[in-house]
Design a protein around this ligand. Structure first.
Ligand code: PLP
Length: 369
């Protein structure tokens, strides 16, 4: 009787763009520029302009961009980077790949982002950078963190993988720190037809070295200045991203509209709804509600055909891969509670009002019982 509402519907996003995407792909196939090439170079220009940045360097994933960000800051074994335990694990991967240690700091209850008040006490002589995340597309409170970054001369790296087009005090995120890292994984607000990422910066030395590191540590072919990586973006991804970037602002507006509509529809339920801080223009990557009976509610939604998801069920300090860091349950109570109570509802741009109403109806039905 009721149509199911999927958690995310990539097909609905691609369908209206098929002509445009097909033409862009055909062009790349014709000119055979499969690794980097003109489509990627054009996308780099367009994405940098979109972010209001001098440089965007395209990568084969956001994780690769985060790895290179750590290398650009010469972070290595014995160093520490202050970051959040409540994020997708890749935020910490770059730190680990260079042999440094993620040092976690608890999050703010309301925005789920790194709590600026807790950062200073985590700084040690080994601290080399601060890496917060604009989680769920909601910008972290940048100004107080920038103040700490300047006071202690610790570069700020923004993990903007979920925050394309998010705004802080009206300005698009990505250029507040030394550099920022974006992901174009298909489920992100701007997604490739496969993997992709970018490092965005206003610093031309960083940009030049990032270009070298992603391409075997070379600027002139077969001359290798340092040990590098094959982290190049594929030409076809550059072509697809170039098409999709033109729709990003419209999609972000639609996400915002859906968020406000859900807000309206869910007001009065016992759920804690996601709020935008005063400084924030969220990119609404995710719409995350909270409730102590989260697991039951999730089962109820799924039983009634409503897609939902957990972001994230286990904070990083309690992941098996980081057991050697020596953290224990209770170290970051706000993050741990969020991991137990968070539930992501559908928020993608193509949702119809009927679908949004159906989500609310099923939720109200749960609390009515
Ligand atoms: C997706 C994501 C990444 C990693 O990006 P990939 O392109 O999947 O490698 C890093 N950080 C956060 C917060 C993410 O959501």
């Amino acid at each position: 009787m009721h149509e199911p509402v999927p958690y995310f519907d990539l097909a609905a996003q691609i369908r209206p763009l098929r002509k445009e995407i097909d033409a862009a792909i055909a062009k790349t196939l014709d000119n055979c520029s499969f690794c980097l090439g003109p489509d990627v170079a054009q996308f780099e220009k367009d994405f940098a302009a979109f972010c209001g940045a001098e440089h965007a360097v395209a990568f084969n994933s956001g994780t690769s961009a985060l790895h290179v960000a750590m290398l650009l800051l010469n972070i290595g074994p014995g160093d520490e980077v202050i970051t959040t335990p409540f994020t997708f694990v890749a935020t910490s991967w770059g730190i680990s790949y260079v042999g440094a240690k993620p040092v976690y700091v608890d999050i703010d209850e309301q925005t789920f982002n790194l709590d600026p008040k807790l950062i200073e006490r985590a700084i040690t002589p080994r601290t080399k950078a601060i890496l917060p995340v604009h989680l769920y597309g909601h910008p972290f409170d940048i100004n107080p963190i920038l103040a700490i970054s300047r006071k202690y001369k610790l570069p700020l790296v923004e993990d903007a993988a979920q925050a394309h087009a998010a705004k802080y005090h009206g300005k698009i995120v990505g250029t507040f720190g030394a550099m920022s890292c974006f992901s174009f994984y298909p489920g992100k607000n701007l997604g490739a037809a496969g993997e992709g990422g970018a490092l965005v910066t206003n610093d031309k030395t960083f940009a030049a070295r990032a270009r070298s590191l992603r391409e075997h540590g070379s600027t002139v072919r077969y001359y290798h200045d340092e040990v590098g990586f094959n982290y190049r973006m594929e030409g076809l991804q550059g072509a697809v991203l170039g098409v999709k970037l033109k729709h990003l602002s419209k999609w972000t507006e639609a996400r915002r509209r859906n968020a406000h509509r859900l807000h309206q529809l869910l007001a009065g339920t016992p759920l804690q709804l996601p709020l935008e801080a005063e400084h924030a223009g969220s990119a609404w990557h995710l719409y995350v509600v909270r409730h102590p009976r989260r697991d039951e509610l999730k089962r109820h939604l799924e039983a009634n055909g409503i897609g939902c998801a957990l972001h994230y069920p286990v904070p990083l300090h309690l992941q098996k891969c980081y057991a050697t860091l020596g953290y224990k349950p209770g170290d970051f109570p706000v993050a741990e509670k969020a991991a137990r109570e968070c539930l992501s509802l559908p928020i993608y741009p193509e949702l119809t009002d009927e679908q949004l109403q159906r989500i609310a109806e099923v939720i109200k039905d749960f609390f009515g019982k």
